[in-house]
Design a protein around this ligand. Structure first.
Ligand code: F42
Length: 329
């Protein structure tokens, strides 16, 4: 099992640098930085991490080929690869629909767009002069004027078609899920697209919250879980037997909280069951038990995403000491 950590660059650069370095010192092998136009720029932050870390792989998790042309993505991540001495990884996906719409971008035909973007990026990274006549991207003798090196491409995917495509054309897949049942289902789509014997990293890009006090850890996950509940399709709730009334309570409390600031009501609306389904939360023992189950259903990397714990620094250290060491030694 490999371990990664995810950070959202909605904090000052020195905070991000501090946590990333802490994760590296505590044995995490991957650091993924999210990409949304409203946060600090992902490549600017990755450049900083390339200079301030030594061993861990660092990458965009995830770029999208709607607000950034794949040639620009190819060049940006190749720059990170150069600065970091070959430690870059690229995550790419369809992009967040709501965030894209705010800047007037329609997320149309995500499957073909991702396929084309990955083809373009791989060709440019191979150092070729690229002429490409796609439906969305047209390149004519495009070439990077520096050596990109070798950069694994991971695809962010939740839907069955995107999962299959990720297996076909990616080096790995970043799946926003925490529960083994969701990976069992995802595995079927992955297997449809995966060539036999191909080395492929199946990543649980999960909301994680760890603390010596299990209750505290679970409470810290609730706001993040509420946002995941608000954005999940019904099929997920049906799969886990979560009632539509409970989902509605979370959605209503979340909408109210934006207007009234009553986040306590959001915490109260999130059930224990939701915390279990949409996050990996609890004591180190609880987290170990969950990761053992994820391993059985084919997960090969666990990414600790928001909130990581009630005290981020303490939780990163606890993850390193109790979890990363246990699974990687
Ligand atoms: N999004 C961001 O914007 N920034 C991030 O930093 C970010 C991180 C991230 C990390 C992991 C992860 O898994 C996802 C992450 N996301 C992030 C979200 C990501 O960008 C996507 O929004 C998310 O993965 C949802 O994508 P999906 O894989 O479920 O694909 C969607 C688009 C979907 O509907 N897929 C369907 C499926 O079955 O897979 C297919 C839809 C389909 O068939 N479309 C057709 C087509 O040709 O593409 C036709 C539709 C048409 O438009 O006509």
């Amino acid at each position: 099992m490999k371990f990664g950590v995810e950070f959202v660059p909605n904090v000052k650069y020195y905070e991000l640098e501090y946590y990333a370095k802490l994760a590296e010192d505590n044995g995490f092998g991957y650091c993924w930085i999210t990409d949304h136009y409203n946060n600090r720029n992902v490549y600017a932050m990755l450049t900083l991490l390339a200079l301030k870390t030594q061993k861990m792989r660092i990458g965009a998790g995830v770029a999208n080929p709607y607000h950034t042309h794949p040639a620009v993505v190819a060049s940006a991540i190749a720059t990170i690869n150069e600065v970091s001495g070959g430690r870059a990884v690229l995550g790419i996906a369809a992009g967040d629909k709501v965030t894209l719409e705010r800047i007037g971008v329609k997320r149309e035909k995500p499957l073909s767009r991702i396929r084309e973007a990955v083809e373009v990026i791989r060709a440019l990274h191979a150092g070729k002069s690229v002429s490409y006549d796609g439906k969305f991207f047209k390149l004519s003798g495009a070439k990077l004027d520096f050596n990109a090196g070798s950069i694994p491409i991971y695809i962010g995917a939740q839907g069955p078609k995107m999962l299959k495509l990720a297996a076909e054309i990616g080096d790995g897949v970043l799946i926003n899920a925490s529960h083994p049942k969701d990976f069992e289902v995802a595995r079927k789509s992955i297997d449809e697209g995966l060539e036999k014997g191909k080395d492929f990293d199946v990543v649980a890009y999960a909301s994680l919250s760890i603390d010596g006090d299990g209750e505290k850890a679970r409470n810290a996950a609730k706001i993040v879980v509420a946002f995941i509940v608000a954005g999940s399709p019904d099929v997920i709730f049906e799969r886990h037997g979560i009632s539509s009334e409970d989902v509605e309570k979370v959605r209503t409390s979340l909408n109210n909280a934006f207007a009234t600031g009553n986040w306590k009501a959001v915490n109260e609306a999130v059930t224990d069951e939701m915390v279990d389904v949409f996050s990996i939360s609890g004591t180190p023992e609880d987290v170990i038990e969950r990761i053992e189950k994820l391993k059985k259903v084919g997960v090969t990397q666990v990414v600790a995403g928001s909130p990581i714990g009630p005290n981020k620094a303490k939780s990163i250290k606890l993850m390193g000491k109790e979890i990363v060491t246990r699974f990687t030694n």
